[in-house]
Design a protein around this ligand. Structure first.
Ligand code: CP
Length: 337
């Protein structure tokens, strides 16, 4: 049945025999993903990307299933691409903007979730300003929860699409050097990328002002035995021989007063500009999870230059999120965990 949906050319290979390695009912972070699970989700993303090349970008895999996008924080790309992914798989989708929901009348998160469960939701994609909110949700309702970003904690679908995009350009990421730059302290993208990249054997350099490095980062690295992660505060040194440069948005809305003397100084010391890109490898990839503060953490020239894959990241996010839905709702239902 599933093979028929993907056409005869896919019939022999889809779903991949390795589908049985998948253990997740929820996607809360990527810290517990195995290499085999990364490989599986990227194989399925390839199949989903093929669907997106067709005139009719829709398959009936999740017909009759209900997916709710529940966003308690602003989002453009994550929300839109989860919605497109659900629609491409023929799911019924409901978008809930927390500012227009019963939350504003005082309804608790848990009662909000129980209401959506009673309405027939089978997957809830959830963004919340509080770290851990999706974990609480996963314990309270009998529905799959996909974390679309929780506070400064995790953004698993972003890390997955980032890694997928890197592998498309660079192949095996083992020993490749990825430099994550800027506001590491507030970045859920950085945290999820550290887990994903460490698992597949990439080398990670975290670079930013000391005030935007998480306190205790050295203890975190040694406690988790993340031997491939290091911290370099000087950006001119950090970019040398890099395969991937990933500046992060300077999160003005999360800044506590006093973390940065001035934006001008930040730009001078930490902006990814052409001169710094030229110190990396010739074929370096420039990535950014978005949204971008153009000419603050990244110069316009670099953001739109030939080495930038920023728009490709966004495009890959649709197929990747289709793969997430396929695996947690359509691929198999007898989860091992
Ligand atoms: N990368 C990311 O989470 O972007 P949005 O806030 O636009 O969803």
């Amino acid at each position: 049945m599933v093979e028929q949906q993907y056409g005869t050319t896919m019939a022999k290979t889809f779903p991949p025999p390795s589908i049985n390695v998948w253990r997740h009912r929820h996607i809360l972070d990527v810290n517990d993903f195995t290499i085999d699970e990364f490989t599986l989700i990227f194989d399925i993303t390839d199949a989903m990307a093929e669907i997106l090349t067709r005139d009719v970008k829709k398959v009936p895999t999740l017909r009759g299933r209900t997916i709710v996008n529940m966003f308690y924080e602003a989002s453009t790309r994550t929300r839109s691409s989860f919605e497109l992914a659900a629609k491409n798989l023929s799911a019924d989708t409901i978008n809930i903007d927390a500012s227009k929901s019963s939350v504003v009348k005082g309804e608790s998160l848990i009662n909000n979730l129980l209401t959506l469960q009673a309405l027939g939701a089978e997957i809830i994609v959830m963004r919340h300003s509080m770290a851990g909110a999706p974990y609480l949700a996963a314990r309270q309702v009998n529905i799959s929860i996909v974390n679309a970003g929780d506070g400064a904690h995790a953004h698993p679908s972003q890390a997955l699409l980032d890694l997928y995009t890197m592998q498309k350009h660079l192949g095996d990421m083992k020993d490749k050097k990825v430099v994550i730059i800027g506001d590491i302290l507030h970045s859920r993208v950085a945290r999820s990328n550290i887990w994903a990249l460490s698992t597949i054997g990439a080398r990670i350099t975290l670079c930013g002002p000391p005030t935007l490095m998480p306190p205790g980062i050295a203890d975190f690295i040694s406690f988790n035995n993340l031997t491939s992660v290091n911290v370099e505060l000087n950006l001119n040194k950090a970019v040398r021989d890099a395969d991937v440069l990933m500046p992060l948005r300077l999160q003005k809305e999360r800044q506590q007063s006093g973390l940065l003397p001035t934006i001008r100084e930040y730009v001078k010391l930490y902006q990814l500009n052409s001169s710094r890109v030229s110190m990396a490898k010739d074929n370096v990839m420039v990535m950014h999870p978005g949204p971008i503060n153009e000419d603050i953490e990244i110069s316009s020239e670099v953001a739109h230059g030939v080495q930038s894959v920023i728009e490709e990241q966004v495009t890959n996010g649709i197929a990747l999120r289709m793969a997430i839905f396929y695996l947690i709702a359509g691929g198999r239902t007898n989860y091992g965990a």
